[in-house]
Design a protein around this ligand. Sequence first.
Ligand SMILES: [Zn+2]
Length: 189
Amino acid sequence: MRGDNAFCPKSGAPLSKNRHYDHCGRAARAVEDDSASRRAGTVGELTNGAQRSSRTALFRYFRRSHERQFDADTALYRTATLALRRLKTTATGRQEWDDIVWFALHARLDRKGHDATWMLAHVDLRCPRCGGRLRYTDCGSGEIFATCVVDCTDDNADRLDEIRTLVANLYAATYPDDDGPGVDDLLTF
Ligand SMILES: [Zn+2]
């Protein structure tokens, strides 16, 4: 994941608050020292996170985020591990990015009776076309739209619809026997 919620894409370890600059002046953050980054050998690596993190990293980030607010929950972690394995194996193309996998995981856990609302505070949605940031707008009807900040398709199109479709398609491909969430049930603000 990139942006405010970025983490080490190989281990899931947190990144330093401070930014470091390479000889070209590019900013990056350092992977902090924890048991996961030590195991993966990424302590101190400079990164801004990735659009596509490893399954291990996503799970580690999931668990770390959960434990910041709640007691450890082995049943939840078991379900999440299995779900992540299936989702990551099935995902193709843009579905493979962390934000889409994260929302599909959220839908699966919700389906399995876990309260996964907390997950929504730990993800940044990105433009499905260019990976850029999104700008959220309420057009007065109470419905929230999200447009790409650089307007990469030059039409100010709502990206939330595209994101909902990506999540619903990934879910349906991963769990063909489960009705799953309808597109309209996903990402409602
Ligand atoms: Zn874009």
